[in-house]
Design a protein around this ligand. Structure first.
Ligand code: 13P
Length: 248
């Protein structure tokens, strides 16, 4: 069985003080113990928030650089992230792909750097609106996974985390219906089974992201192949985030 996960991607929101309050409230909140909870704040806050999180929830980074060190102004190496107590990062978020030009090849370098340095990651995939309208979303998402992730061995893929985030549903208030989400998640699971076998496929958590909130999480998480969510806007308030965590 894949681990159930609810992760909050704060993007470029909240002050340091607001972030600290939010993490304290999540830690103190009533949470189901079989759900792994993660937050991805702005990197500046990661050290402090890792202390506040007291190992009860994971604190990760929204971005990192695949190089080990050197002249990469503004970037963070995995070893630096680990040195402040964090051991997980996002890879391939659609905003990194579209706004910061991160290519499939660059994302593959991040995946390889993370694997080489024992750093966990959530690999994000998902199609833009025009691809959904053209009806080619399955091919599109499969290509994203094949280009940057599916070169891993079964051992490396085991306990991996994939987030399906249809770009047309991100920050738009337009959620995929539970059947649209389940359909894509089931496809992703079947590609994993084809490539890595049943055992590995069942151990990979597949999260849904894209306007997932405290109103629709229950229905989405009830889908057999939806193992949790990667939440944007609704992760910025303890009350709604805790409701999502408890939506299984
Ligand atoms: P929203 O939940 O705000 O749509 O954002 C989803 C997302 O991009 C999470 O990474």
């Amino acid at each position: 069985m894949a681990q159930k996960i609810v992760a909050g991607n704060w993007k470029m929101n909240l002050s340091a003080g607001e972030g600290k309050t939010l993490v304290s409230e999540i830690v103190a909140g009533d949470r189901s113990s079989d759900v792994a909870v993660m937050v991805f704040p702005p990197s500046l806050y990661v050290q402090k928030l890792s202390e506040v999180a007291k190992n009860e929830i994971s604190v990760g980074v929204q971005n990192f650089n695949p190089n080990e060190s050197g002249a990469f102004t503004g970037e963070l190496a995995i070893s630096q992230v680990k040195s402040v107590g964090s051991s997980i990062g996002l890879i391939g978020h659609s905003e990194r792909r579209s706004l910061f030009g991160e290519s499939d090849a660059f994302l593959k370098l991040k995946v390889d750097a993370a694997i080489a340095q024992g750093f966990q990651f959530i690999f994000c995939c998902g199609e833009p609106l025009e691809i959904r309208e053209a009806g080619t979303e399955f091919n599109y998402v499969k290509n994203q996974l094949e280009a940057s992730l599916f070169h891993l061995s079964a051992e490396q893929m085991k306990n991996g985390i994939i987030a399906y985030e249809p770009v047309w549903a991100i920050g738009t208030g337009k959620t995929a219906t539970s059947s649209q989400a389940e359909e894509m998640h089931a496809e992703i699971r079947s590609w994993l089974t084809e490539k890595y076998g049943e055992d590995t496929a069942q151990s990979v958590s597949i999260l849904y992201g894209g306007s997932c909130n405290n109103k629709n999480a229950k229905e989405l998480f009830a889908c057999p192949n939806v193992d949790g969510g990667l939440i944007g806007g609704a992760s910025l308030k303890a009350e709604s985030f805790l409701e999502i965590i408890n939506a299984f």
